[in-house]
Design a protein around this ligand. Structure first.
Ligand code: AMP
Ligand code: ZN
Length: 297
């Protein structure tokens, strides 16, 4: 009865032992969905293999709870063979549909049993309909509550990951770098195109596009870490001070869309940088601008 959950859990264990289920590139090598690989290289098997793979334990657990809650009722109603066909067909179908219309970026890696779960929910509606509003001891209302809860759990754990992010690969050690510091959340490296000697980049190991996406733990840790790096630069390189620079958005000069903080040592007599021409603003305009931003907070 719990064969699908067992297969998913075993696949997950294998992935965790062989590498990391949260490493998008590793997941790609093991059969996760990647539009470019399916469309350009004809690797259609990914439509099937990806549905048994999950990114991280919470993605797996959420999907498996949903299958426990919904799938087993339906399996008893339909019988094993029909249920298995529905499960596989909806998993493959959902991967195909999301590849064709849902996912514009050919380099995004995705995986998970969510597609199969949508099929199971569809099947439940069908089974309840032909059984005139009842399925075994379940009533339509109870079913609806379970479905809403399950969808919420399934949808809040994402099955996509970014495969081609260079800073993900550097931060997680897949691409070598001049690392000056590493802990469980961060890697700090030297910039390959430094603004001054010692210019460092603080990279979270987890992927966040910019400062607006940061989770609380990383956000709380990043400034103390920047201060520590800056202090070490003063001691080791003899710089007089340092700038923290952090770009958000292409117009703001962000070129790598994985949150990072620049720590730029500044030497006495060194070149000017991070400067701007001070403009002028009338006090009404200043007040009006302040009010606008305040209103949006
Ligand atoms: P930003 O303009 O804030 O997105 O900064 C990106 C920074 O990353 C630039 O200063 C680049 O020199 C630096 N950079 C890009 N690729 C690499 C790399 N592979 N290793 C080290 N630094 C890099
Ligand atoms: Zn990244």
């Amino acid at each position: 009865m719990y064969k699908r959950q067992a297969v998913n859990a075993l696949v997950f264990l294998y992935l965790e032992v062989a590498g990391s289920s949260e490493d998008a590139y590793f997941m790609y090598t093991k059969g996760a969905m990647l539009k470019a690989a399916v469309m350009e290289d004809g690797e259609y098997y990914r439509l099937l293999t990806a549905m048994f793979m999950h990114f991280g334990i919470s993605h797996l657990v959420n999907n498996m709870i949903v299958l426990f809650a919904l799938g087993d009722n339906l399996e008893r109603a339909l019988g094993h063979v029909k249920y298995l066909i529905l499960y596989l067909f909806s998993g493959i179908g959902a991967n195909w549909i999301s590849m064709m219309i849902g996912n514009k970026d050919p380099m995004v890696v995705s995986a998970g049993a969510s597609g199969a779960i949508f099929g199971v929910i569809g099947g439940l509606f069908y089974a309840v309909a032909v059984n005139k509003g009842r399925l075994e001891d379940l009533q339509t209302k109870q079913l609806a509550v379970m479905i809403v809860l399950s969808l919420y759990m399934g949808l809040t754990s994402s099955g996509v990951d970014n495969a081609d992010c260079i800073f993900c690969k550097i931060a997680n050690g897949e691409i070598p770098s001049a690392t000056i510091y590493e802990d469980e959340d961060f890697r700090v490296i030297l910039d390959l195109g430094p603004a001054s000697r010692g210019h460092a980049l603080i990279l979270p190991k987890e992927h966040f596009k910019d400062v607006c996406e940061l989770d609380e733990k990383v956000a709380a840790r990043v400034l103390p870490l920047a201060a520590k790096i800056g202090a070490a630069m003063k001691e080791a390189l003899g710089c007089a001070g340092f700038n923290l620079v952090q770009n958000n958005g292409a117009e703001a000069g962000q070129t790598v869309f994985h949150f990072h903080v620049h720590v730029i040592p500044r030497y006495a007599g060194g070149p000017e940088m991070v400067t701007w021409e001070p403009g002028k603003m009338a006090s009404e305009e200043l007040a009006e601008t302040a009010a606008r931003i305040e209103a949006a907070l």
